[in-house]
Design a protein around this ligand. Structure first.
Ligand SMILES: O=C(O)c1cc(=O)[nH]c(=O)n1[C@@H]1O[C@H](COP(=O)(O)O)[C@@H](O)[C@H]1O
Length: 224
């Protein structure tokens, strides 16, 4: 069975990225490359990583006016990533244009409320209600825009799954029971996120910063 764990490779160093993937590749379903990696290595770097044989999640969290986001996605088309992210806060028109610009086989998913934010952060930004209310509002917009799914924390995934049973749900901010949460505020265990309906789990530092990434990913796998 394909692993639901996708490893977040957050480093600008492509050699380190390749080493980590070599260590964990038998135990992960895919590789997530984000802003840190892409800013340093660009499309050529993504191609190199794709050559390692696992599906690529290109997590650029695009958020701009519809035309700019659509053109950016158009420029990424040759990479045909398995998954691509935009911010749901960019609005329905932006999400519709993002989906239209993406290659056929690419899942476009919308980031709802970052897992590093809690209710007080939302209040500071003028958003009332708790993170779950805001995740639900943005999930409804993503669904109406024709996206494939959303990114949310494990605290909201059960509600989102109930609302959108056929959606694709990406859950980061996942920590093993003994793990440090670092900058993540809405955190659940990998087992709970899956039980509640996560399609895939995004896990970075608990694997990539471990002294032995292979043992770390296998220990997490054993809890699923
Ligand atoms: O879109 C994401 O992947 C994402 C959304 C979100 O709300 N929170 C979040 O942590 N992420 C990403 O998930 C990864 C989590 O990394 P760790 O906290 O190291 O496990 C990072 O690459 C983040 O960019």
């Amino acid at each position: 069975m394909t692993s639901p764990i996708w490893v977040a490779i957050d480093t600008p160093d492509i050699e380190r990225a390749q080493k980590i993937v070599a260590l964990v590749k038998r135990h992960v379903g895919g590789i997530k490359l984000g802003l840190e990696f892409f800013s340093a290595n660009g499309r050529a770097g993504v191609r190199t990583m794709a050559g390692l044989g696992l599906p690529i999640f290109l997590d650029l969290k695009l958020h701009d006016i519809p035309n700019t986001v659509a053109k950016a996605i158009h420029a990424l088309r040759p990479l045909s990533p398995a998954i691509l992210t935009v911010h749901a806060a960019g609005g329905r028109a932006m999400m519709e244009d993002a989906k239209a610009a993406a290659p056929m086989g690419t899942k476009v998913v919308a980031v709802t409320v970052l897992t590093s934010l809690d209710q007080s952060d939302l209040a500071a930004a003028g958003v009332s209600g708790d993170p779950r209310d805001q995740v639900m509002r943005l999930t409804a917009a993503a669904r109406e825009a024709g996206l494939d799914g959303i990114v949310c924390s494990g605290e909201e995934v059960a509600a989102v799954h109930k609302f959108w049973p056929e959606g694709y749900f990406v859950v980061p901010g996942v920590r093993p029971p003994t793990g440090e949460s670092s900058d993540q505020k809405r955190v659940v265990t990998p087992r709970k996120a899956l039980d509640d309906g996560a399609s895939i789990l995004i896990i970075g530092r608990p694997i990539t910063q471990a002294a032995d990434p292979d043992s770390a990913v296998r220990a997490i796998e054993a809890t699923l």
